[in-house]
Design a protein. Structure first.
Length: 676
């Protein structure tokens, strides 16, 4: 079915999509292109792999549980933005940030060797999968390369078929619509367009040689040029007819909305008119229009088309500057006509002569020797300073100021237009590399939603946001959120990116039913606990991703210290929790109570340290960067004056060994010592 999605840059985009087919039967085996039981990456508190039966057909990539015949998840191949293997992703990561990743590439492989045999499928954000990234692990690197290349090829083929279906839908129905689409696809083929560009260049070369040779009528060379001109006219007329037929739907609307098509039509008509009236002396000038066929090369060649686009974009600003120049020239022309029409009627006899004379002055075409000096000296040889001031002021104002402004505006607009097109092309390539390198990040299914929840001031503010979110998910006000409610409502939320949620994801969020009630639903309290747990995991994933992607060794050190503090905090929290399972601390001996108290003190100290680091991390890193940029090694201090050192050897008691906190019974806290 055809569904309209909002375009990325303000234009509406009609794209054919289908349902996700979750729960539908798997396709028959005759439609399978590739199938295998692979591992699907699952990110929760850690990274895990769940076995899935993955089936590739001409239209979709299906996922199912091994041994079952119903679709668990499905990807429309039209919505696949990219499919890459792990080796391709590593190459792009090295190209995108070599200073960071060249040194860490080996470490990544050593840390997680299971990632070598993976391939990644990235979907479009406007598809039913809502931009989700799928990571699969195969049994070998060759298998992952095979899967990624096959998925890419089938995706391109599916997009071509979908484009053809859209063209057929726009051109109507029946055999004529299919014929239009076939002709249009043949006409827009790269090889056909390259052949047309060669023919245009040969036609222009023939016109150049004819203008150089100037053969007399009746000669063999003249007949050869006549035949070649008729050949090129026939070829370009046939090309125009093919183009018009392929875009003839809706009364040639798609043909006439392109400027280049109108230009082709005018040139072909004028070329045939020049051939028909070549014997009429006054209309032979129409033959000159055939040389404009070379301008079609601007459409065929991307570099020339970029220049023409930039020039077209600079017309309005340059026209404004030209208007100022013409206005100043007209003012000086009127003054020159009134002042010098009797002194020099040849140059200033009327406004037209004065305007052309001033244009000659501003262009620098020997104006001083031909115009100015012939007027500045009278018949008696007297020099006129007023005439000299008139010309010098005009040259300074128009020739040196306004003309340079015109050139500056032209260059500025031209450079901006060229840079904008280059940036657009670079952005497309950067987006492609970004989509591939994003596959190496640790992401969770609720990350877009969790990102919107991270902007809170305190725990009370966070709980209020979670409460509002729960009310939006619980549409029937039953006090519970089921899988279907969660899946349907999470897509419709306006304050977060649409999320593609499957049954597997729901079970992972519920931690195997830990947060679900008897009806298999989230109540408010369990939903709040689940969101808190996912936020903690989201923070860990963000810290891990930032640590792997940053190029700053200072940031890496800070992040590593945060990770170690987090690990220590988790260990202390786990030890404290395990100690708190006892009915009471009263049953513990003195040593056990001391251990618990010591753990609590350490837990409080670590919490305070984390809080202090979170408050001062941003300011501290800014000062660190500034200090690194402005760092100058201090001058070496002057060596101290040498003085004789008297060594005395005396027998001193050996230092006491460090006490073991795990075995030493804590003594009562001594009285505080007086302040020094």
């Amino acid at each position: 079915r055809l569904v309209k999605f909002p375009g990325r840059q303000g234009w509406n985009m009609t794209r054919a999509v289908s349902c996700s087919l979750i729960g539908e039967p798997l396709p028959v085996a005759s439609e399978w292109i590739l199938n295998a039981i692979v591992g699907k990456k699952v990110v929760t508190s850690g990274v895990g792999w769940s076995d899935r039966l993955v089936i590739l057909t001409r239209e979709r990539l299906h996922m199912a549980m091994p041994g079952e015949d119903s679709v668990l998840d499905s990807i429309d191949l039209v919505s696949v933005l990219n499919a890459s293997s792990a080796s391709e992703i590593e190459e792009l990561r090295d190209e995108s940030s070599p200073e960071t990743l060249m040194a860490s590439k080996k470490h990544i492989r050593l840390i997680d060797p299971s990632e070598r045999n993976t391939f990644v499928v990235t979907t479009d954000s406007y598809s039913p999968n809502h931009g989700r990234t799928y990571i699969f692990r195969t049994e070998s690197a060759e298998s992952s390369n095979l899967w990624s290349s096959t998925v890419r090829a089938m995706s391109e083929e599916a997009k071509r078929r979908r484009k053809r279906e859209e063209l057929v839908a726009l051109n109507g129905s029946g055999c004529l619509a299919h014929l239009r689409v076939n002709v249009l696809q043949w006409y827009e083929d790269v090889n056909v367009q390259s052949l047309l560009a060669v023919l245009i260049f040969l036609s222009f070369a023939a016109d150049l040689y004819e203008s150089e040779a100037l053969p007399n009528p009746g000669t063999s060379l003249h007949r050869l040029f006549t035949i070649s001109n008729f050949f090129f006219m026939s070829i370009f007329s046939l090309e125009l007819a093919v183009n018009m037929f392929s875009r003839s739907a809706n009364w040639f609307h798609s043909f006439f909305k392109e400027t280049w098509n109108l230009f082709d039509l005018i040139v072909v008509i004028l070329t045939w008119m020049s051939a028909a009236v070549s014997s009429v002396p006054g209309l032979k000038i129409l033959r000159l229009f055939r040389v404009f066929r070379v301008a079609r090369l601007f459409r065929q060649l991307q570099s020339l088309n970029r220049i023409m686009t930039a020039l077209a974009a600079s017309i309005v600003p340059v026209a404004s500057s030209f208007f100022i120049l013409i206005l100043i020239t007209a003012v000086y022309s009127i003054l020159g006509t009134q002042l010098f029409r009797f002194r020099s009627p040849e140059f200033f006899g009327n406004f037209s002569a004065s305007f052309f004379s001033m244009f000659q002055v501003v262009s620098g075409d020997s104006w001083a020797s031909q115009i100015a000096r012939s007027m500045m000296y009278s018949s008696t040889g007297e020099f006129s300073r007023s005439i000299a001031f008139f010309f010098v002021s005009y040259v300074l104002l128009a020739g040196m100021v306004i003309m340079n402004i015109v050139i500056a505006v032209l260059l500025d607009e031209f450079v901006n237009a060229v840079e904008a097109e280059k940036n657009m092309s670079a952005a497309k390539g950067k987006l492609r590399r970004h989509l591939q390198t994003q596959a190496a990040r640790f992401t969770g299914v609720l990350d877009p939603l969790l990102e919107s929840l991270t902007f809170f001031m305190d725990m009370e503010h966070l709980d209020s946001k979670v409460r509002r979110l729960y009310c939006e998910l619980d549409v029937d006000n039953s006090g519970g959120v089921s899988f279907e409610e969660f899946r349907k409502r999470i897509v419709q939320l306006q304050d977060s990116f649409p999320i593609h949620l499957t049954k597997d994801d729901f079970e992972l969020l519920a931690q195997g039913g830990r947060f679900l009630n008897e009806e298999g639903e989230f109540d408010h309290e369990s939903f709040r606990l689940m969101i808190h747990e996912e936020l903690r995991r989201y923070a860990r994933r963000q810290l891990t991703n930032s640590f792997a992607e940053t190029a700053s060794p200072e940031l890496k050190s800070i992040m590593l210290f945060l990770k170690l503090l987090e690990m220590k905090l988790d260990d202390l929290h786990g030890s404290s929790s395990s100690s708190s399972v006892h009915p009471s601390h009263a049953g513990l001996d003195v040593q056990g109570q001391g251990i618990v108290l010591d753990m609590n003190r350490k837990l409080i100290a670590v919490s305070e340290t984390l809080d202090h680091i979170s408050r001062s991390l941003e300011a501290g890193f800014t000062r660190l960067q500034l200090s690194i940029q402005d760092f100058k090694p201090p001058a070496a201090p002057a060596p101290p004056s040498r003085s004789p050192v008297h060594l005395s050897f005396s027998r001193s008691p050996a230092p006491a060994p460090a006490p073991d906190l795990a075995t030493v019974t804590p003594a009562p806290a001594p009285a505080p010592a007086p302040a020094p």
